[in-house]
Design a protein around this ligand. Structure first.
Ligand code: KG4
Ligand code: ZN
Length: 340
């Protein structure tokens, strides 16, 4: 089975083709970063319009890259949620309509299931069960995963997501959108230990996160320091990154203790962060467990993960009706388990 995947939930248009036997055959990505940079964040209406402009050309490029024609595709997967409603509607409408025209099944994919299963695209995929840490621009969740569609939420952020905290803190430090990767680059020049920020909610038991107070700590520090000084900003960025990384590690350790699982999967945009990856590797190594991440380009939004999830779910016969349906809010636990 060969599936065309379309991702348009936010500000990247991603199109990919995944073949059950041969793996990933093509992967096309168009980022809208420049379009939104002037506004300091994603402008939903502009995002939708740009998806309208780019989705069909990217589908043509994905087919050309794989040396395939429409008749070689057996199913179409599109991101149906969670995400920006207008942006989702573009990918869903194009995907659903194309599948109808080509006489093949279509399926609406959960964006966070895409992130969660993105490490399956790598040469050494994780086996079940595992603890998943989903860290994106809109989600910070710990999930006990016992199979595809078997997701038990262990804890999540009560306010800002980790990626959101990176983006807002980056703005405070005068960096442009998207803040996460920019802040990481600045933090690499920072002196560790010059500033120290709180590790929110680590003193109390449980697996909830809270990142909005951390951003306020940074804001207060910026006010009282020489924020025009490059080194000072780098040191603050480094301290912020360390606070987020250590907080995530403490909660992951707790989740592994609670479940008794040995494997940790980290996914979503923030999992591209190098300090987070190396720190998590070290923590897992010390416990004698195993850590799994997607390559950085598959940590952030992409069509490959959508095509993969589509393949997994279409091959057991699940498919969308002819109606174009999207769900801007869609709890991961509502997904059906896959009886493979
Ligand atoms: O998963 P993603 O591409 O989109 C969502 O589904 O939200 O995640 C985007 C988020 C943004 O907040 C971005 O700043 C953050 O991931 N991010 C990073 C890094 N790369 C992306 N945060 C920290 N370090 C990075 N290298
Ligand atoms: Zn995402």
């Amino acid at each position: 089975m060969r599936v065309l995947g379309i991702e348009t939930s936010c500000d990247e248009t991603g199109v990919a083709i995944y073949d059950r036997q041969q793996g990933l055959l093509s992967n096309q990505l168009y980022s809208q970063v420049k379009l939104h940079a002037d506004y300091g964040g994603v402008v939903p209406e502009l995002a939708s319009r740009d998806h309208v402009r780019k989705t069909v050309p990217l589908i043509q490029e994905a087919l050309a890259e794989a040396g395939l024609q429409a008749s070689d595709i057996h199913g179409i997967a599109y991101t149906a949620g969670p995400g920006l409603v207008g942006a989702l509607m573009v990918g869903a409408t194009i995907g659903r309509a194309l599948a109808y025209a080509w006489g093949i099944p279509a399926i609406g994919v959960h964006h966070m299931e895409g992130h969660l299963l993105a490490p399956m695209l790598e040469a050494n995929p994780p086996a079940f069960p595992f603890v998943a840490l989903l860290v994106s621009g809109s989600h910070t969740q710990l999930i006990a995963v016992t199979g595809i569609g078997e997701y038990q939420l262990l804890g999540e952020s009560v306010d800002d997501a980790a990626g959101e905290a990176f983006d807002k803190t980056a703005k405070l430090l005068g960096l442009s959108y998207p803040g996460g990767p920019m802040l990481e680059r600045l933090a690499q020049q920072g002196v560790p230990g010059r500033y120290k920020f709180p590790r929110p909610m680590t003193d109390c038991p449980g697996l909830e996160f809270s990142f909005s107070g951390l951003k306020t700590s940074v804001a207060n520090t910026v006010v009282y320091t020489d924020a025009n000084n490059y080194q000072t900003r780098a040191d603050v960025a480094r301290a912020f990154e360390e606070a987020v990384v250590e907080t995530l590690m403490i909660k992951c350790r707790r989740a592994l203790d609670l479940t008794g699982f040995q494997r940790l999967v980290m996914a979503g945009g923030v999992s591209a962060n190098q300090l987070l990856r190396t720190s998590m590797d070290e923590m897992i190594r010390q416990r004698g467990g195993e850590a799994f991440y997607a390559r950085p380009e598959f940590c952030t939004d992409n069509g490959a993960m959508t095509a993969y999830v589509g393949m997994v779910r279409l091959q057991v016969g699940t498919q969308a009706s002819l109606a174009v349906t999207v769900r801007p809010r869609w709890p991961l636990e509502e997904l059906l388990a896959l009886d493979a």
